[in-house]
Design a protein around this ligand. Structure first.
Ligand SMILES: CC(C)(COP(=O)(O)OP(=O)(O)OC[C@H]1O[C@@H](n2cnc3c(N)ncnc32)[C@H](O)[C@@H]1OP(=O)(O)O)[C@@H](O)C(=O)NCCC(=O)NCCS
Length: 380
């Protein structure tokens, strides 16, 4: 049998592999620091808005007033979904997973987009803004549909975050809730070469269009080891509560069975994810205000147990679960909220990929058989 020449030792999960230079964000896993275009996540969370942060990511610099007003107007104009898309959402099965709905709707939007196959920079930017504007409308429209309600038309006088909550519930949100949602969108907007961003870049690197790249990214974010973790955290909290268990016992039993506790651990952060303390504060305040402090208390007990048993810190998903729950958001809409935010980072990376493109095509180290002789089917 001829020798198969090894291509090199594979690196499991591509851990530590650097695949691009990027000016978009810096994730310092040792220091627990996250920086978008030079600005710390803490500074942006305290002072910026999602719209401004998205524009910062896309352009590489903070916008001035007129640039931001123009961008806001572009987003507001594009919020509404065409009747064809609303008709399709109404045809989706009511028991469909909201992330699967979002993935399908993004792909469908590509069929209707006037710039669909144009991957030039101006057309890509126009499509990015349209996608960013429409993500909340899609998520809210499906939420209404599956509950037997008509979609709520977007309002032009509300921020991106407030309008999303308004379309989801049909009621204008409390300004404090709207600001919490706004900051949550800032915190989730961009995070280096994470799995969904990488999948968007792989798709863009074939010179496929942005709708295809974002469809890949939404499908990748859906998994429980990535964006799906926030809803798994809430399922765990609900399970502990319904069964009247002690959170510490529950977690110890999970670890004893070698199971992953969702919302903990990170490929890059070896210390506290800098987004977690901000969300921890929201979780504490919102659960108290909603008269449900138990979700925060349980989360704290889980955090302490994980620190004592494994020395593993929470990631962005852990406290976002109780925060969204306290805002009255259904559990399976948590991951779509991540996508409503991360579309800004994905679009920025797609543009960067087109600008300095080279096909992304790694190799596999073949460890299978060779030189076998084909056996006709009747002789097998
Ligand atoms: C995010 C994640 C996939 C990163 O995984 P990774 O970089 O491949 O890390 P590893 O799988 O190599 O884990 C290293 C060690 O930590 C443990 N570990 C990591 N995350 C853990 C978790 N959430 N619960 C329990 N143990 C965990 C692993 O069991 C492993 O321990 P071992 O060396 O004793 O086997 C992983 O931490 C995880 O599954 N977390 C839960 C899902 C989640 O919250 N995802 C959202 C990420 S933002």
């Amino acid at each position: 049998m001829a020798e198969v020449v090894a291509a090199g030792k594979p690196i499991a999960g591509l851990q530590g592999v650097v695949v691009a230079d990027s000016e978009i964000s810096y994730v310092d896993g040792q220091a627990g620091r996250l920086v978008y275009r030079g600005y710390s996540i803490e500074d942006l969370a305290a002072n910026s808005t999602f719209e401004e942060t998205a524009k910062l990511l896309l352009d590489g610099a903070l916008p001035n007033r007129s640039e931001l007003d123009q961008f806001n107007a572009e987003l507001i104009r594009a919020r509404r979904l065409d009747s064809e898309i609303i008709g399709l959402i109404r045809a989706y099965p009511k028991n469909a997973q909201p992330m699967a709905v979002l993935r399908t709707a993004v792909s469908t939007l590509g069929l209707f987009d006037p710039d669909t196959e144009d991957i030039g920079p101006e057309a890509t930017r126009r499509k990015a803004a349209r996608l960013m504007a429409k993500f909340p409308t899609i998520v809210a429209a499906f939420e209404r549909h599956r509950n037997g309600h008509d979609p709520v038309s977007p309002r032009e006088d509300l921020t991106h975050a407030a309008n999303f909550l308004y379309m989801l519930t049909g009621t204008e949100p409390d300004p404090e809730d709207a600001r919490v949602m706004d900051v949550c969108l800032i915190l989730h907007a961009e995070h280096g070469m994470n799995a969904s961003t990488f999948s968007a870049r792989v798709t863009a690197a074939t010179l496929s269009d942005i709708h295809s790249a974002i469809t890949s990214a939404v499908g990748t974010l859906k998994g429980p080891l990535h964006g799906g973790a926030n809803q798994e955290v809430m399922k765990m909290l609900l399970d502990i509560d319904q069964r009247g268990l002690e959170p510490a016992d529950f977690v110890r039993a999970m670890l004893g069975r070698k199971e992953r506790v969702m919302g903990f651990g990170h490929r890059v952060y070896k210390t506290m994810d800098p987004r977690a303390p901000i969300l921890r504060g929201f979780s504490r305040d919102l659960t108290a205000r909603a008269g449900q402090p138990k979700w925060f208390t349980m989360s704290e007990q889980i955090l302490e147990t994980m620190a004592a048993e494994k020395g593993i810190d929470p990631n962005v998903d852990f406290f976002s679960a109780s925060t969204y729950h306290a805002l009255g958001i259904p559990t399976d809409v948590f991951t779509p909220i991540f996508a409503i935010s991360r579309i800004s980072g994905w679009a920025t990376h797609v543009e960067a990929q087109y600008r300095h493109n080279r096909l992304i095509r790694p190799r596999a180290n073949y460890v299978g058989l060779s030189d076998l002789i084909y056996t006709p089917i009747e002789k097998r």
